[in-house]
Design a protein around this ligand. Structure first.
Ligand SMILES: [Zn+2]
Length: 264
């Protein structure tokens, strides 16, 4: 059987797609968080070992504070919307790591890291909330699971993670790193744009739910774009900027402001 036909057949088998909270988009994400956990643990431990944890600073405390506020607001929303199983998967942790990299990420399960290199661009608590909302959105929308699921099918022709890891552990690890956006090279670009737009939209609402002014989001992304030629481009390379980001965010602003005003 041709590879493409085989893939279509396999995709058909997994037609019971899950739905992304808030946007309602159907997605092919068939791995369980439990299966992803060993990969998450390994990379998370590695990140905390490689970079010094910054706890005793205003920024360190802000990252934790923003993370707690936002994860509580998001969990409340998810529970109201019937996503109990998804909420159970989260065991949140928020860290500021001492590194020049302009980056931040949230692993499946809610392990969050900010690098000090992004602080000159976030500038304040609301700027941290913009990035926090965007990164948490990637995790809530199970983007890594979706990329990993498709990555396994495309590279191995099947979707069993343990079997893939047994057959080619290096490739499986590489697919995982790309799935969570900390790989050195992003090869699954067809997903990037869709996922970035979705994370922007969800992140805007999440920051508003936590009481941060969503109107600061386009201001932050403009600042990020303006800094792109002065800072190492790690963040932008793992987060390719969608066209007209500010414009798209502003188009979503009325919805975000409704959430923001509800809690004010
Ligand atoms: Zn992103």
């Amino acid at each position: 059987m041709k590879k493409a036909a085989c893939l279509i057949l396999i995709l058909g088998l997994f037609s019971s797609c899950s739905k992304v909270p808030l946007t309602g988009r159907s997605q092919l994400a068939f791995l369980s968080n439990q299966e992803l956990q060993p990969f998450v643990n390994e990379e998370y431990t590695k990140a905390l070992k490689t970079n010094k944890l910054v706890t005793n600073s205003d920024a360190g405390r802000q990252v934790v504070q923003v993370g707690k506020k936002m994860s509580e607001a998001v969990e409340k929303y998810l529970l109201d919307e019937g996503y109990e199983d998804l909420v159970k998967e989260f065991d949140w942790e928020f860290n500021l790591l001492d590194s020049d990299q302009v980056n931040a990420w949230c692993m499946p399960g809610g392990k969050v890291a900010f690098y000090t290199g992004i602080l000159p661009i976030t500038q304040n608590e609301t700027g941290i909330a913009v990035v926090m909302g965007h990164e948490i959105a990637h995790a809530v929308a199970s983007h890594a699971n979706e990329r990993m699921s498709t990555g396994l099918l495309v590279n191995f022709g099947f979707g069993v993670l343990s079997a893939a890891a047994g057959q080619n552990p290096t490739l499986t690890q590489e697919i995982f790193l790309q799935s969570v956006g900390i790989g050195s090279e992003l090869k699954m670009l067809q997903f990037s744009r869709k996922h970035e737009l979705e994370a922007d939209r969800m992140g805007l609402i999440f920051m508003a739910m936590a009481g941060y002014d969503p109107r600061e989001a386009p201001v932050f992304w403009d600042r990020m774009a303006a800094s792109a030629d002065q800072v190492p481009p790690e963040f932008l390379s793992t987060h390719p900027g969608p066209d007209r980001r500010s414009e798209r965010l502003n188009a979503r602003m009325p919805e975000a402001l409704e959430y923001y005003q509800r809690i004010k």
